[in-house]
Design a protein around this ligand. Structure first.
Ligand code: SF4
Ligand code: F3S
Length: 106
């Protein structure tokens, strides 16, 4: 499966959802996650993300390993987002800021 990681938080560009063939992205207030039970590992979402926040599960950086479980957990709670929408207003300012997990809204 593929995993959305820290740099999506407070950006949420949503370019990823437009290309996903199985609509497996789920949307929270300031973050998106991938449902690991639905993702077909096509990888086409990876280059679409302006925040470079999406990794194959096996390639998630060690410091962000907790995001694997977090995607699975939140995908069960949040609704599917299937079409691109506006990014969060300060997305470009937050893009690249490290350690945004403390800002995650559930
Ligand atoms: Fe969707 Fe493919 Fe990305 Fe999985 S890897 S989330 S199926 S676009
Ligand atoms: Fe997040 Fe990147 Fe998608 S910032 S919403 S994973 S395009």
């Amino acid at each position: 499966t593929f995993v959305v990681t820290d740099n999506c938080i407070k950006c949420k560009y949503t370019d990823c959802v437009d290309v996903c063939p199985v609509d497996c992205f789920h949307e929270g207030p300031n973050f998106l996650v991938i449902d690991p039970d639905e993702c077909i590992d096509c990888s086409i979402c990876v280059p679409e993300c302006p925040a470079e926040a999406i990794y194959a599960e096996d390639d998630v950086p060690q410091a962000q390993i907790q995001f694997i479980a977090l995607n699975a957990e939140l995908a069960k709670q949040w609704p599917v987002l299937a079409e691109k929408k506006d990014s969060l207003p300060d997305a470009d300012d937050w893009n690249g800021t490290p350690d945004k997990l403390k800002h995650l809204e559930r």
